[in-house]
Design a protein around this ligand. Structure first.
Ligand code: 3HC
Length: 298
């Protein structure tokens, strides 16, 4: 089935990034703010992100206007009724996602593909609350969505092959490089990346190296664009903690449990770049190691 109209539920970093990608590829997008209220902030955030690309000379102003013109912002979920594909990108809470899927079944056409951008939760659990299950799947984008080429297409328990193939074609058409993954906790990338970041934190706790030292080692020695602490701050420490807990709850192995330092930073509201402080302190340029972490936190 051709996918021309895309509904995106959730206007956070990922939702807006996915809206950008789809609209840039010529799709009409309905971007739904998941909580009731003004959509001005979401609209301004997308506009500002596109303006930055124009300023860098990588897009002309007419293209930016065309992209903005293809995105309709609303706080009314029913606006996705005519979409061919819906991608939910709301809070990582399984109960909230299940309720949303239940409502979407009542709103959308029978043939609308309903997908989740979850980082680690079970798409099959979302599918389980639906009646027409073959059109439910995962579409997992990576941050920043306009830059990262990968989309994991999550094959949940009863997803049809036809839907997987339609999503595969769609991902390629919007310029992505997809991979099909069976529905297991963390899929491929987060299942590998999460323990990697947790191990870096444990390494810090053991005194193996400093935050900057470990980051430098992984960039200069393994060719990563960011070190593990920069990456954790970029993803958001609350998200990293939640991914860790979800994997831990699945496999029940201590190795996957969030380390003490991560728990403490999240408890203190130091969630990384989005709050200005995490493993690094972003109030300084260039950012410096969070001074709180210069002594043992145990
Ligand atoms: N939107 C659009 N474009 C963006 C962008 C954004 N938010 N952020 C960066 N860019 C573009 C820039 O415009 C620039 O484009 P250009 O080369 O055409 O000028 C390009 O990306 C590079 O950006 P910068 O020069 O500002 O910075 P860097 O070269 O340091 O790259 C980065 C930034 C792309 C974020 C790079 O550091 C990187 O790839 N980091 C790793 C990111 C990663 O691993 N993401 C996956 C996280 S896991 C995940 O998302 C799963 C989820 O479930 C948690």
């Amino acid at each position: 089935m051709a996918i021309n109209n895309v509904g995106i539920i959730g206007c956070g970093t990922m939702g807006l990034g996915i809206a950008h990608v789809c609209a840039q590829a010529g799709r009409q997008v309905v971007a739904v703010k998941a909580t009731p209220g003004s959509t001005d902030k979401a609209q301004a955030t997308l506009d500002k992100g596109l303006a930055r690309i124009v300023d860098r000379g990588k897009m002309d102003a007419a293209e930016k206007d065309a992209i903005m013109g293809r995105v309709t912002f609303t706080d009314n979920e029913s606006a996705v009724a005519d979409c061919d594909l819906v991608i939910e990108s709301i809070i990582e809470d399984i109960a909230t996602k299940k309720e949303l899927f239940r409502r979407l079944e009542g709103i959308c056409r029978e043939d609308t593909m309903l997908t989740s951008n979850t980082s680690t939760l079970s798409v099959t659990a979302m599918m389980a609350v639906c009646n027409k299950r073959d059109r439910i799947a995962g579409l997992h984008f990576f941050n920043p969505a306009p830059v990262m080429k990968l989309v994991e297409i999550i094959h949940a328990f009863e997803t049809s092959e036809k839907v997987i193939q339609d999503l595969n074609t769609f991902c390629k058409e919007i310029g992505k490089d997809p991979v099909i993954v069976q529905d297991t906790t963390g899929f491929i990338v987060n299942r590998l990346l999460t323990p990697y970041m947790l191990n870096a934190i444990r390494m810090l706790e053991r005194g193996t190296g400093t935050i900057e030292g470990i980051d430098h080692a992984m960039m200069a020695g393994a060719g990563h664009p960011m070190g593990p602490f920069q990456l954790a701050d970029y993803i958001g420490l609350d998200v990293v903690e939640a991914m860790s807990m979800n994997i831990f709850m699945d496999v029940r192995h201590e190795h996957h449990a969030p380390p003490h330092t991560l728990n403490r930073l999240v408890q203190l509201g130091y969630l990384g770049r989005k709050t200005g402080k995490g493993f690094y302190d972003y109030s300084q340029r260039p950012p410096v190691q969070n001074p709180l972490l210069s002594r043992p936190v145990v």
